[in-house]
Design a protein around this ligand. Structure first.
Ligand SMILES: Cc1cc2nc3c(=O)[nH]c(=O)nc-3n(C[C@H](O)[C@H](O)[C@H](O)COP(=O)(O)OP(=O)(O)OC[C@H]3O[C@@H](n4cnc5c(N)ncnc54)[C@H](O)[C@@H]3O)c2cc1C
Length: 376
């Protein structure tokens, strides 16, 4: 998903060609809660509640933090985030990050794998940039203090995941996102140009019209601890507020993933694209299948990392029939959308609630995975 305001321009607030206007969202159905939130926004904005920054970054996941660190070289940065700073999808990422880091692998192979896994719908230029720059981004994270697993040879341990023809997944056990988030947050907190505003819920982008262009001037937020409205005026505003997994009944996304940024962008008349590309991760723990049910309902489903299939895990239906070869010759190592559809098809056809993922045929000592989260 991408969102960009038509002819988005950063500009110094003094030069705004028209009055700042809050986006008009009265045309959209709003519930009782959002009505009262809107009333709070207008009435409680006091003079001392406006802050000025060169950059306002909404979201403290990998996208927001990495951007903040980069632009802090050029000016002051506000990182605005609605919960604790670490609370993000990034913090829950398990399996790892793919990058070409082994001599027998190549950027071209990574590009081809990505294009095939993307069903030839990817923007090839973007794929090339990501695959080419990936190794450097990993080295940057390491330089910032992120610690990834190493093999016995002392090199980074590279796991294999579905859709990849090589081992190229850099990981920190099965808690890669937590490690990346930790390292980035530490770097951000050390940077004197970056200011973190936690428990600040971004409500709406501030926009004004410049002819037919909509210009973004900052964002209104609600400090959810003090109920104060804080307005951020910025030359550049970045929406890095993540996805909307929580709109589905079952999701591995944490409670913060409610698509606020997409809604804000829509209200600000930004062009929103690629909304149809929602990734459904094939495997998460099905509480229905557990011998002992969890005592408390989970906020989000526990993801079973792709690396389990990458390391030889086999999917069975409840009659212990291996079904993935029926759907794709790559079987369990097919790309995620293929495996997710295969599982969904089995569940619907067989009217069952879950499938089984078995890696017990691999002796523990031959298993190259260390999955502390999965075994706890
Ligand atoms: C369980 C799980 C496992 C995953 N495993 C992998 C993996 O192995 N490899 C991989 O590459 N990817 C993985 N992903 C995907 C990856 O985590 C995401 O693609 C990536 O972290 C997205 O980063 P982001 O910065 O765009 O968004 P997020 O990390 O979600 O950050 C969004 C931020 O915006 C904040 N926010 C949201 N709304 C507002 C608002 N209104 N006001 C203020 N702040 C707001 C949130 O609190 C959060 O800080 C996984 C995802 C999940 C959920």
């Amino acid at each position: 998903m991408e969102a960009h305001i038509k002819s988005f321009r950063g500009m110094v607030p003094d030069y705004c060609p028209g009055p700042i206007q809050r986006c008009n969202f009265s045309q959209y159905p709003i519930n009782e809660n959002s009505k009262s939130l809107r009333a709070v926004t207008v009435s409680s904005l006091r003079g001392d509640s406006t802050k000025f920054f060169d950059f306002a970054v909404i979201g403290s996941g990998v996208a927001g933090l990495r951007y903040a660190l980069e632009v802090a070289k050029h000016g002051s940065v506000a990182v605005i985030t609605k919960a604790e700073p670490h609370e993000s999808n990034t913090n829950y990422a398990q399996g790892g990050v793919s990058a070409v880091l082994c001599p027998s692998d190549s950027v071209e192979s990574h590009v081809q794998d990505t294009i095939v896994a993307g069903a030839y719908l990817c923007d090839e230029e973007t794929v090339r940039v990501v695959c080419t720059e990936g190794p450097e981004r990993i080295r940057e994270l390491i330089a910032m203090g992120a610690s990834f697993d190493h093999g016995e040879d002392g090199n980074l341990h590279l796991a294999r995941e579905g859709g990849h023809s090589h081992h190229r997944i850099v990981h920190a056990a099965d808690m890669t996102g937590r490690e990346i988030e930790r390292a980035l947050l530490e770097a951000v907190l050390k940077d004197p140009n970056i200011f973190m505003f936690e428990h600040h819920l971004a409500i709406d982008l501030l926009t004004c019209q410049d002819g037919s262009d909509t210009v973004c001037l900052g964002v209104d937020t609600l400090n959810t601890e003090t109920q104060e409205v804080i307005r951020f005026i910025s030359k550049v505003t970045l929406l890095a507020s993540g996805g909307a997994g929580q709109i589905y009944p079952t999701t591995t996304n944490p409670p913060v993933a409610t698509g606020d940024g997409i809604a804000m962008a829509h209200r600000a008349q930004a062009v929103i694209s690629n909304m149809e590309f929602v990734q459904f991760h094939p495997t998460a723990l099905a509480d229905e299948g557990l011998p002992a049910k969890p005592t408390k309902a989970r906020e989000n489903a526990f993801l079973i990392t792709e690396a389990v299939r990458g390391d030889g895990g086999i999917l069975y239906n409840l009659d212990m029939e291996r079904f993935m070869p029926l759907y794709d010759e790559r079987a369990e190592l097919a790309p995620r959308d293929v495996v997710a559809r295969g599982i969904d098809d089995q569940l619907k056809k067989r009217n069952e609630k879950y499938v089984l993922l078995d890696i017990s045929h691999k002796p523990r000592e031959k298993n190259s995975l260390t999955l502390p989260q999965h075994s706890s």
